[in-house]
Design a protein around this ligand. Structure first.
Ligand code: NAD
Length: 436
């Protein structure tokens, strides 16, 4: 099938590449010239495990191209995916200007019927708004459908190639048929393509992300309580996770959820509810609790030093909002760095993939280590903000030699308490006994 993907970020580029992988002919469009240039030269602009192989293979075999020329993409495609940003506006509602702007541009270039697929996360009613844009700019018929994306950064290729489910919101039989054909190779194992109306599909995405954010936040509160009552959150997690109704996943406590999706999507759903005069109380609490959780590691550190960290030097492992991605949007590590700097401390950071993105925010206000050990040199303590696998089993003896003091504040509970006791570290983690 002939496909266009508008927007080549984490969602668009994975979508385009994975659609090319099953034999479709894909043109990807972006307005970012340097991104397009990079991709035309065979360079991936993002880090996403497994993507590089598919990206090169499909470029070589001529199934995917990259351009800034929207017209050629619109002329080429029978199905046009929009994978555009929907950032929070000032009031927390999703900013639809990218989507509505692109719809207007596409409408002006139409020469025949197309299926316009919205892959971005958008509030209920957006498909209607996009349809209205088309209707006011062209007399050519289109179907505007909602096909929210559930991929997770870090395992995005796997999620796209073998999705748990595909959700498609449309009332058009023609669009339904095309989309069923397009997704058939990805659901061969029997996972469902769930058809529904546009509004339900739009809400499904927000409901999924808000539910997951709530689950994490609930567990963070249990962890905080564990610390006060002398319980161990790891034990509690195992104890409840084995109940099938609860499930084992998304029960690991930490320093709050971040990333480009959960914070903005929870906020946008609350805002949508407000607009319909519905007070979404649980989600309002989730937002408040998460804000508190983001500061919890900094609070522990400040408490340890009696609020006096001016002149101290800290090492920070982990910058990306989760492992296996270079995405640092809303990453808790950013808050930690700001707090340390604001209090007069200096920081040396290490992250396997997120370092370049962090440089564009903090420049030379912090130092960037070549590896995890180099970050520790002369540091008063180590802070851990992201659970990259390579941090899980470090050389503790080497660490002790490099650190000024054997002090670790771990926001991701990477190490066993027994081991830290044996090694004689001060070890402050989340929802577990303090090793001092
Ligand atoms: P992103 O910021 O990584 O990428 C968006 C891309 O769109 C950028 O490359 C930008 O240059 C481009 N762009 C902006 N305006 C354009 C235009 N007019 N024409 C062409 N390109 C344009 O965003 P993302 O993370 O891929 O997210 C896209 C959407 O998907 C958002 O609504 C997001 O909530 C949703 N989503 C994201 C994820 C995720 O894990 N990142 C998962 C599911 C859903």
């Amino acid at each position: 099938m002939k496909i266009a993907v508008i927007g080549t970020g984490y969602v668009g580029l994975v979508t385009g590449t994975c659609l090319a992988e099953t034999g479709n002919d894909v043109i990807c469009v972006d307005i970012n010239a340097s991104k397009i240039e990079k991709m035309q030269q065979g360079e991936l602009p993002i880090y996403e495990p497994g993507l590089e192989l598919l990206f090169h293979r499909n470029i070589q075999q001529g199934r995917i191209r990259f351009t800034m020329d929207l017209q050629s993409a619109v002329e080429h495609a029978e199905i046009i995916f929009m994978a555009l940003p929907t950032p929070p506006g000032e009031d927390g509602a999703a900013d639809l200007s990218y989507i509505l702007g692109a719809a207007k541009d596409i409408a002006a270039l139409l020469t025949g019927y197309k299926v316009i697929v919205n892959k971005s996360t958008v509030p209920v009613g957006t498909a209607d708004k996009v349809k209205a844009v088309f209707e006011s700019h062209t007399s050519i018929a289109v179907d505007v459908i909602s096909n929210p994306e559930f991929l997770r950064e870090g395992v995005a290729v796997e999620d796209f190639m073998k999705p748990d489910r595909v959700v498609i919101g449309t009332s058009s039989e023609r669009a339904k048929k095309l989309m069923s054909e397009l997704y058939a190779p990805y659901v061969r194992q029997g996972n469902p393509v769930i058809f529904m109306d546009e509004r339900s599909a739009e809400l499904t995405k927000y409901a999924a992300n808000s539910f997951l954010a709530t689950k994490i936040t609930f567990m963070n509160e249990i962890a905080n309580l564990c610390e006060l009552v002398g319980a161990d959150v790891d034990a509690v997690r195992k104890g409840i996770g084995t109940d099938e109704r609860i499930g084992k996943r998304f029960l690991f406590p930490g320093i709050g959820y971040g990333g480009s999706c959960f914070p903005k999507d929870v906020q946008a759903l609350v805002k949508s509810a407000d607009e319909h005069e519905y007070n979404f109380e649980i989600l309002k609490s989730v937002i408040t609790v998460n804000e508190k959780q983001k500061v919890i590691l900094a609070d522990k550190l400040l408490q340890y030093y009696d609020n006096e960290i001016s002149g101290k030097h800290f090492a920070l492992w982990g910058l990306s909002f989760k492992p296996e991605t270079d995405d640092i949007r809303e990453a808790p590590a950013l808050y930690l760095i700001e707090t340390l700097l604001k209090n007069g401390a200096s920081v040396s950071v290490f992250d396997p993939e997120g370092q370049e993105n962090v440089k564009s925010i903090f420049n030379n206000r912090i130092s960037y280590a070549e590896n995890q050990y180099a970050a520790l040199e002369g540091a008063d303590a180590l802070l851990i903000a992201t659970e990259w696998s390579l941090f899980r089993n470090p050389d503790f003896e080497k660490m002790a030699e490099l650190l000024k003091e054997k002090v670790i504040f771990d926001g991701r509970n990477l190490f066993e308490l027994e081991k830290m006791t044996e090694l004689g570290y001060y070890y402050n983690s989340i929802g577990r006994k303090l090793i001092a």
